[in-house]
Design a protein around this ligand. Sequence first.
Ligand SMILES: Cc1cc2nc3c(=O)[nH]c(=O)nc-3n(C[C@H](O)[C@H](O)[C@H](O)COP(=O)(O)O)c2cc1C
Length: 214
Amino acid sequence: MKKEFDACPSVIDESKLYGFSWMEHVMAIPSPLVVVTTYKANGMPNATMQSWCTFTGEEGYHCIFASVHKSGHMYTSLKERGCCVINFPSKDAFMKCMATIEHNGFDQDEITAAGLTAEPAGKIDAPRIRECFLNLECELEWERDLSADGAHAAMCLKIVSVLMDEMHFDEKEVGRYGESGYLYNIHSPRNPETGDVSETYVGVIKKYATYDEL
Ligand SMILES: Cc1cc2nc3c(=O)[nH]c(=O)nc-3n(C[C@H](O)[C@H](O)[C@H](O)COP(=O)(O)O)c2cc1C
C-alpha cells in the first residue's frame, strides 16, 4: 500500500535538518559523490564536496548542480573564473576528499592540505585531483537562484574535456561500477511514520541485468 505525504511528517523535526527539506530524507534518492575544484582569487586551489547533481547532454554534455551555497569558495571562484573540474573519487580517495572540508581556509591549498595531489587541468584554468579516477573539465554556462532569499543557486556547467583512468574505462578491468567505481551519497533515510533515522551511507552501484533480461 502506498502512503501519501504532502507535508512534513510529525515524527520529523524539520528545524533539525540543517536546511534540508523533509523530502530529502523521506525519499533519500542517491546522487553521485564528487569534488569540485577551482582556483580561488589568490590562486590557491579550492575543493568542494558536492553531491546534488546530475549529468546529461543535448548540445554537448552538461552537469547541473542543484544547490550550490553562494557563501562558499566554489560559487565565488566559479563566478570569477568561469570554470571548474568535477572530480570523481573511488573509495580509496574518498576520505581524503572529505577532509578538504576541514581545510577550507581562503589561504589554503585545500587539495594538498587534505593529502591529495593538485595538478593543473589541461583545457581550463582550474586544478584537478590526480587521485580521482575521473576528472571533468567544465565551463560555467548559467546559474539560477533556487529561492527568493538567493542563498543557493542551481548551476549548469558544460563539460569540455574528460580525463579518465584507463583501468576504469575498461569494464573488463576495474570498470566504473561496483566497489571500485562511482560513489553515491545515501543521505540519512528516515521512516516518515516512525521517525527512525538511518545514518548517511556511501553507496556503490552494480550492474544487475540488461533490459532484455528483465
Ligand atoms: C557529501 C557532501 C555533499 C555536499 N554537497 C553540497 C552541495 O550540493 N551544495 C553545497 O553548497 N554544499 C555541499 N556540501 C558542503 C560543502 O562541501 C562544504 O560546505 C564545503 O566546506 C564548502 O567548501 P568551499 O567553501 O570551498 O566551496 C556537501 C558536503 C558533503 C560532505
